[in-house]
Ligand binder design. Sequence first.
Ligand SMILES: CC(=O)SCCNC(=O)CCNC(=O)[C@H](O)C(C)(C)COP(=O)(O)OP(=O)(O)OC[C@H]1O[C@@H](n2cnc3c(N)ncnc32)[C@H](O)[C@@H]1OP(=O)(O)O
Ligand SMILES: O=C([O-])CC(=O)C(=O)O
Length: 368
Amino acid sequence: MTKGLEGVVAVTSEISSIIDGVLTYRGINIDDLADNASFEEVLYLLWHGDLPNRTQLNQLRDQLNRYSDIPEEIVSQMKSYPKTANTMAVLRSVVSALSLYDEQADDISRDANMEKAIKLTAQLPVLITAYNHYRHGRERVKPNPDYSFAQNFLYMLNGEEPTDVAVQAFNKALVLHADHELNASTFSARVTTATLSDMYSAVTSAIGTLKGPLHGGANEQVMAMLEEIGTVDNAETYIKRKLDAKEKIMGFGHRVYKDGDPRARHLQQMSRQLAEQKGDTKWYDLSVKIEQIVEREKGLKPNVDFYSASVYTYLGLPRDLFTPIFAMSRISGWTAHILEQYDNNRLIRPRAEYTGHGNRPYVPLEER
Ligand SMILES: CC(=O)SCCNC(=O)CCNC(=O)[C@H](O)C(C)(C)COP(=O)(O)OP(=O)(O)OC[C@H]1O[C@@H](n2cnc3c(N)ncnc32)[C@H](O)[C@@H]1OP(=O)(O)O
Ligand SMILES: O=C([O-])CC(=O)C(=O)O
């Protein structure tokens, strides 16, 4: 038995690979994609296996625009949710509820699944930004069909045209979070799919799994930690106290990368650039200091969630939207894996090594 299934190969996949610390999507190095690709190109790449040509990309953009509507029933539901609800719980609930209004929800044919993948990807930014407006008592901002995916999210969130710098940084963050081999939430999605359940159920499972602080939820915890520490001078005492208490430092360590997460390097650079452009390097300087201490004390390196916290903060994004934003990007990987699982399916059902009591008789209630 391998605790946490460490190192266990559970599926074959052609979607993304992590080999010797190098991450690729469909064989293309993440460094190349991060520097050059739009999130829409990455969507196409993950779903179809190759980068799109101009016509294919335009078609996908049209489909994303066409499918971004959300049912009025979902709007009323979200308006009735508590204003202080956990945003990942909101997302999990609305994605589950969306299936009730999709006539194709239980159609698991490839065409219907492909359409649902595009629909869910188009709807997630609309849902996240709409709830953010409703909880503040405002009406939502509808997407602008002329905008890119990254541009539209920032536009819907703030109701104003985002700067080019913000759009470029946000697009890169989306590209970096899109897929990551058999991470916990993707595994959840594949386990659900393998029972021949539907795509909404699989994505709902994945959202619930991403929410946890050992996985996608870590980005919000990182920002909470930065805020708690406050200044570079407080970092040493804070981190040492945590480590002495055997507590985890959020945003560090990884099940697969033992020598650094390639995505973290991009996010660090982005954090520095945004900090300098803003003329406020507080969160960047503090993050660098924490990185130095954790590396020195534990030999651990930052993962994707560490510098994304300061990047999102510099972009003015609310802390409790960080993990929904992760989901908004990772939906691309989840749906690609769901499609791949349906294409080559077998029920995923491992065994448990039983470590409980031996055979015992049933003791009647009055004798206990
Ligand atoms: C998108 C993502 O999901 S990226 C990961 C996001 N999660 C986090 O950032 C949460 C903090 N990190 C962690 O909890 C872990 O590093 C995980 C969950 C990412 C990986 O966990 P595992 O592969 O199970 O490693 P495990 O928890 O066994 O750690 C191995 C050792 O390193 C220590 N360690 C690992 N991560 C950390 C950390 N962030 N802070 C302090 N110590 C750590 C463990 O305590 C353990 O030490 P020990 O051998 O003395 O007991
Ligand atoms: O792969 C993992 O275990 C976690 C991770 O980095 C991700 O999902 O991006």
